[in-house]
Design a protein. Structure first.
Length: 120
């Protein structure tokens, strides 16, 4: 097992996935591009970790896994679809979300990057 530091990365350090819509998200307004870089496991594995980033914009998604995430660059406002409660997360902030939760993402800066640990 390797010990790896979680680095502050930008979108230029991640690979382009495409529109967040290919991940099942509903784009609200202008299209949002998604980027990723894996550190552990693959997207189809029951446990995975890595980096995920998006460009400026708003989208809604149903979380397909349980996830702990930490912001490494930028900021995002997440709104819980069941309660309407919104929280803005900035560099160094973390959250946990359970599978099946509907979340609206609002990235007002140029981009946002998080490090995640996901369990299906």
């Amino acid at each position: 097992m390797a010990l790896e530091k979680i680095e502050k990365l930008g979108l230029q350090d991640l690979g382009l996935i495409g529109s967040v819509s290919v991940l099942g998200a509903e784009v609200i307004g202008e299209d949002v591009s998604a980027y990723a870089k894996g550190m552990f496991g693959a997207p189809t594995d029951p446990v995975s970790a890595g980096y995920f980033g998006v460009t400026k914009g708003t989208f809604k998604m149903v979380y397909p896994f349980n996830e702990q995430a930490t912001v490494v660059a930028g900021s995002v406002t997440l709104t819980d679809g069941s309660t309407g409660h919104s929280v803005t997360y900035r560099e160094g902030d973390s959250w946990f979300v359970t599978k099946g939760t509907v979340v609206t993402w609002d990235v007002s800066g140029e981009f946002f990057v998080k490090h995640f640990f996901a369990v299906v």
